[in-house]
Design a binder for this molecule. Sequence first.
Ligand code: ATP
Ligand code: MG
Length: 180
Amino acid sequence: MYLSRIEMTGFKSFADKTVIEFDQGMTAVVGPNGSGKSNLSEAIRWVLGEQSAKSLRGSRMEDVIFNGTQDRKAVNIARVTLVLNNEDRYLDMDFSEVSLTRTYHRNGESKYYINNEAVRLKDIVNLLLDTGLGKDSFSIISQGQVEQIFLNKPEERRTIFEEAAGVQKYQYRKTEAERK
Ligand code: ATP
Ligand code: MG
């Protein structure tokens, strides 16, 4: 499984629909300061369910929506889609391509889709549990996170090992079952 494409419309500095294709293997994103490299990585974490505006360098979730420039009006909706190549069926879905979409409207309405079908955030989180692809997983290491891992309390650090070992799914199901 690998990220094969990302489509962003109205997300942070990406006002117009922007499509980036990725090949399997390593991709480096380069560009001048302020050109949107961090915004791109935030777009990925956002679709994976990031709920903290602060960790997306904003103060409210609305800050992910393109808020206009001198010669460009703000828009009302941010939409990001990740297309995952799932030919190896690494994700538990019988599709060669799985798309995950998140939209957010200025009125506060938030929507998630898997293969264009409306789902709950929980469904996305569930699909990605233990795949190493969740928003807090080890596959996305943000600036400052390496120190954070060392500074974490042991219990917090354990989550990283649990995700790597693939046991979070069971913890999650246990908690869900206990709640019922
Ligand atoms: P650096 O090399 O300095 O890390 P970068 O390529 O990571 O730069 P980003 O931080 O991704 O750059 O992009 C910052 C730009 O995105 C700024 O110009 C900022 O104004 C713009 N930006 C952020 N949020 C929005 C928004 N909601 N609407 C419009 N533009 C935005
Ligand atoms: Mg940056």
